[in-house]
Design a protein around this ligand. Sequence first.
Ligand code: ADP
Ligand code: MG
Length: 602
Amino acid sequence: MGQIVRLDQNMVNMIAAGEVIERPASVVKELMENSIDAGADEVTVAVEDGGRRLISVTDNGCGLDAEDLTEAFESHATSKIRAATDLNDIATLGFRGEALASVASVALVHAVSRTRDSNQAHCLEIDCGHKGSVAPCSGDFGTTIAVRDLFYKLPARRKFLRTANTEMGHISEQFTRIALAQPSRTLTLIHNGKELHRLAADQSLTQRIKQLFPMLPSEPQGNFIAAESREKNIHIRALLGRPNVSRSNSQFQYTFLNGRFIRDKFITHAIKEAYRGLLEPNRFPVVFLFITMPAGDYDVNVHPTKIEVRFYNANLVHSQVLGALREQLLGTDLHMPAALPTDAHSAQGGASVQQMRRQEISDAMAEFFQKHRPAHRQQQFDLRAYDPARERGQRSRPFPPSVSAPVSTPDIAERRYIQIHNSYIVEQTEDGFVIIDQHALHERMLYETLCKRVRRDGLESQRLLLPESFEVSDVQANAIENNRELIAQLGIEMVPFGPKTYAVQAFPTLLAKVPPSEFAQDLVDLLVEKKAVLNAEDLLDEVLSMAACKAAIKAGQKLTDSEIQQLLADREKYESTSRCPHGRPTTIRFSISELEKQFKRT
Ligand code: ADP
Ligand code: MG
């Protein structure tokens, strides 16, 4: 008895803060959303020390009078909903009435506000839940909320804050999401007195994207395809990156629902499907997708930060998005990347490129074995009597010239192989044959070499004649600075080269075939994406498999005989080449006995 007590309100707010306020960027998000809900068309975010010292958001919205100003900081206090039924049709960004109370329970907050019809502003201070009284003060129309020293009374949480740079990266990301979701507002972001972004209300979406993503190709019009559809109450607008602006992760996929940035697995899947066959499997398209639909057709009350929603008819949303994107992509001349087999993109309807490829391979193999089956074997095709030793003794029988291996060493001369579809090598073995995925095998071997050398004394590098520069976002610049050691281990020299620009000055010789700035950008994307979830060793591993993948022979690449021979000979120097670093097999074996079974010879 007496074990259970009701927590006091401040404790309740602090617990709510644990859900909603993870870091300074969460405060920026909540305050900016409040400004937008207040009808502001100008919002300025000023931050100091990555938001650890100060986050101040000023807007020209409707403002709060003295009574509402103090009420706004109570928990579950909101002007946005009244009754349970309102939850079914939420048109504002906020509605939980928890953000201000949460923020004020874990920081020192100073708020100033003035309504449109008042000639007097009011201010209020709350120090970790201890609220002062409202006092008149001078101030413009609108509201400024300044949040100082976040988590200063909660050392355990303060400890989890990262460097100012890292926190600023997260803030920039939140700012970017809201800036894209709310294109017709003037938004400014300032860090330590320096203006990072000033986005004008009258700029177009493509102009805004260009300003927010300097690292994307500079002419959005030329690199993006616009798609639009309006059906069954769902309005979809999208800017779809052409395959050539694809990235190594999904970081540049932004989905917005009625002015709110969301993440949704159905939509992610629809985007992936829309690009099926147009991109290599490990590439992700750049997509900006804006969905407008009745607020009553989904539930936003499923996640404390409202980043997830629940669609009542998720299948419909999926099919509308897929349809709109796919139709536009297929109706546009995309100049397929050379790496894919030439007619892969003509895949219609449900037939996946992979299935088609499999069919093509088996057709080609059937054809090959029919054409090139040696005469004497055709006569007495008794595989049970197959004798590898005898087979070797008859080596002098000429192979068709297009597939014959020039005889250089006896070992190589013994190989029989053919490259099919510029992607696979079929090689005869003693007891059957193997099909080698040329990209996967080469990738595996490169990966092993890279691993060995990196761990021994780092990769050897070569200075570039001309440094190659590329632009970065704040988050990316930050990732570069935080991973200096790893980048040096790779033999890459990357130096700041102007505002938001880095240059590659030296590059590993083992990756000589890869364009340095392209590689550097993918590396940075990977660092941004994986840093938080992987330890140093796994991160290095991830980077090396990416490097191997990029430097390896591609699918779709025609190989000369000597290149094939090299590949097959090199294979023997490696211990485990049966799987590529991503876990896919590099080689599939077929034995004579299996063939016998298939041809019903047993
Ligand atoms: P919610 O946004 O979920 O309603 P908050 O705790 O974020 O909850 O805000 C509480 C209330 O304070 C809001 O409902 C709104 O009425 C008022 N408010 C907050 N920020 C502003 C602002 N910048 N301008 C005008 N009113 C605001
Ligand atoms: Mg709010």
